[in-house]
Design a protein around this ligand. Structure first.
Ligand SMILES: C[S@@+](CC[C@H](N)C(=O)[O-])C[C@H]1O[C@@H](n2cnc3c(N)ncnc32)[C@H](O)[C@@H]1O
Length: 390
């Protein structure tokens, strides 16, 4: 009954970040801001046939992975769900979330061991942020709400971005809206309104020793400290050869590295601003052997591209929705040597990998990247190779 109080043990963390325990009737209960090993008193707020949701009333006995959250708005701000967990407890939980998605949801098991690349720092790592301004207040969205959570700073931001946020707080722009902060080379910060006004300046990033122009609103990987490592892992996994096909290329985070390893290639990107940055960045790197196609990676566009491209490697980095059955099915039919699939949502990655698996591909490597410390988000790189024919 909603409102009822229960006492239970938290056994694990769910993909959304909530702690998971079992009520006296054996039903699963999700409780935000709890940790594995906690004994907690919980007030039920929602009941369904197969699970319930509760809010933490009090901590009876803390689990071993608990730490004191450093941020004064932790619990109210929608940005972080895991500041109450040690770095080790967070990593263990992300590994379990990824393995569970691939083995249970995607039914891909047994899989190779999952390596995890930790973030060099658990705070001060973010190289981009979206800040909301509402009538003189500055902050992020509240948890499970569109309302503003006003902040004085954010411990996740790289120091130059946190300083820029503090300047916005001290002198907020008039009206209401969203602002994007991105950290460029030498700690420069580009601050732009969203959607970006015409002529808003780009920022220069240095990624794996290459310069990258990125216009306002164009995707930038969030963890500035892991970016070089991520790029080298993705590019090395792709190998080398005559041609690559890249989908979701953005401004060219991986494309510049791929261009150095392949004699030719096609990079597909749907955003006009990102595709324009990508063309600029390839041109500045002298990589005119790579063709940019500005299009949604649909089955029809892919067929067009593949009429005169025989890729040795395919590199994918889709948004949370994944690539989808149709496109994954078409890619699975290619005679490529490997598919390198980077994903920010383990559940949609599992679904896409199942399509490749059915098409005769084996997952030969899975690496997790700790791109988002203090949150349950998991970035995963899966490498697939053709199943040897019996
Ligand atoms: C996760 S970001 C990755 C960008 C780039 N790989 C990087 O690391 O900077 C996904 C990119 O895919 C693009 N995108 C989204 N849907 C797409 C689609 N259906 N076809 C092609 N590109 C798409 C987005 O504009 C975005 O640039």
């Amino acid at each position: 009954v909603p409102g009822a109080l229960l006492e239970l043990d938290i056994d694990a963390l769910a993909a959304g970040g909530d702690g998971v325990g079992r009520g006296p009737d054996g039903r699963v209960v999700f409780v935000p801001f709890t940790a594995p090993g906690d004994r907690v008193r919980v007030r039920l707020v929602e009941e369904r046939a197969r699970f319930a949701r509760g809010e933490l009333e009090s901590l009876v006995e803390p689990g071993p992975g608990r730490v004191e959250p450093p941020c004064p708005v932790f619990g109210r701000c929608g940005g972080c769900a895991w500041q109450h967990l040690s770095v080790e407890a967070q990593l263990a939980a992300r590994r379990d979330i990824l393995r569970d998605a691939l083995e249970r949801v995607g039914r891909l098991g047994p899989l190779p061991d999952i390596d995890f690349v930790p973030s060099p720092a658990a705070y001060g790592y973010r190289g981009r942020a979206r800040i909301r301004v509402e009538g003189g207040s500055v902050g992020f969205r509240r948890r499970r709400s569109h309302a503003l959570c006003a902040v004085a700073g954010c411990p996740l931001l790289a120091p130059p971005l946190d300083a820029a946020l503090a300047r916005l707080v001290a002198d907020p722009p008039a009206g209401s809206g969203e602002w994007e902060l991105v950290m460029g080379v030498d700690g420069t910060v580009r601050q732009s309104a969203l959607p970006p006004p015409a002529g808003a300046p780009a920022v220069e990033l240095e990624v794996a020793a290459q310069r990258l122009r990125v216009s306002p609103g164009v995707f930038v990987q969030a963890n500035a400290l892991l970016l070089d490592r991520l790029v080298s892992e993705v590019v090395e996994a792709a190998g080398s050869g005559d041609a690559f096909l890249e989908l979701h290329a953005g401004a060219g985070t991986f494309t510049l590295g791929l261009a150095r390893r392949f004699a030719g290639g096609v990079a597909i990107e749907s955003s006009r601003a990102a595709a324009s940055d990508l063309r600029h960045n390839l041109g500045a790197a002298g990589a005119d052997h790579v063709r940019v196609v500005r299009a949604e990676a649909s089955l029809r566009r892919l067929r067009g591209v593949l009429r005169d491209l025989r890729p040795d490697a395919v590199v994918l980095d889709p948004p949370r929705a994944g690539v989808g059955r149709e496109v994954a099915g078409a890619l699975a039919r290619l005679a490529a040597r490997r598919i390198v699939h980077l994903a920010c949502d383990p559940a949609t990655l599992a679904r896409d990998l199942a399509v490749f698996r059915a098409g005769g591909w084996l997952v030969t490597r899975v690496t997790g990247f700790d791109l988002f410390p203090q949150t349950p988000h998991v970035e995963a790189l899966a490498v697939l190779e053709r199943e040897p024919r019996a």
